[in-house]
Structure formats: C-alpha cells, structure tokens
Design a protein around this ligand. Sequence first.
Ligand SMILES: [Zn+2]
Length: 195
Amino acid sequence: MAQLYFRYGAMGCGKTMQLLQVAFNYEERGQKVCVIKPRTDTKNGSKLLTRIGPERETDFTFSRRDNIFNRIKKSYADVDCILVDEAQFLTATQADQLMQIVVELNIPVICYGLRLNFRQDDKGFEGSTRLLQIAHKIEEIKTICSCGRKATLNTRFLNNQLVTEGPDILIDDGKSKIEYRALCNNCYHKLKEES
Ligand SMILES: [Zn+2]
C-alpha cells in the first residue's frame, strides 16, 4: 500500500537535497519518479537547486488552481514515486489531491516543506497544515541553530534584521538582503526582543 509522507524541516536543513537523493535511489533501481513543485517559488523557476550544488529540472510545476491528481493520472500514472518540493505552498485541496493519488493510483507521494511560516503565526502554511493533518507518515528533518541547539523555526532576515511581519513570499528587489535562517526558540525570542 502506497503512503503519503510529509517530511518537514526549517530552512536550510537539506530538504531538497534529500529529495534529490530519494529520486536518485529510485532511478538507480531503474524506477521512475515524478518531481514537482508549486510555481510560487519564483527564484529558481522550474528547477530544484540546493545550497551545496546538485540540481534537477522538475517534471512539471503547478499553480494554485491546477488539479495535481488529474495531471498525474493523465501523464504520470506509471511512475513509482512522486516527490513534491516546497510543499508548504500547496493549497489544502492540492494536499487532498496528493492523498487521492496515493489511494486511487497507489503511488507513494513524498512531500518536503516547511512546517510553519517565518511569522510563526497560526495562519501558517495551508499546504503544511493540511499535510500534518492527513499524511500517513510525518517526519522531521533536523538541523542545528548557530548556538548548537536544534533549530525548529524558519525565520526571515532583512538586511541582517529579524523580521516577523510581511507576506509569505517576498520578491527580491535586488536592493535589500533577504535571508532565511533556521533558529532554535531561545535564539529566536532573544533576537525578537532585540528587534
Ligand atoms: Zn539557538
């Protein structure tokens, strides 16, 4: 029986790298994968990039209105695994469509994404919230804060200042320095008080 997986972690914990490794493992065994991601991740276009080098073209990207189940059923029903990057940007309906793929087409779907937005508020990421509710398996990808504790929070820095307000997707205007850092709760609250 195929299953739906949600593997979450803070920014920079190597989610995309793990995705590429899983794709490689399947292909090494002569199996087929389908690698997809939401189109909202504008900076990399249709490619998956990692900080340490490896990259890969997606099989397709999708908008918030696309029905992923229909797309897979029509053109990728023969694959052995579906890998979804930036899964936080799925709509709740699309997360349900991934479950439909698992159940009706019996294809495992592995999603990689952030658990929570940088504001740490309960408006969260719709896709992640839904995946946390419905996935068969929920797995944490761990990473370390600069202080050595486990980093669980995804935070945004604008010109080296922690910011806690703003839209989910910030388009780089080329003038300010936008960075995301994985922080532990202690460092986050310390920086938030200072900001
Ligand atoms: Zn820390």
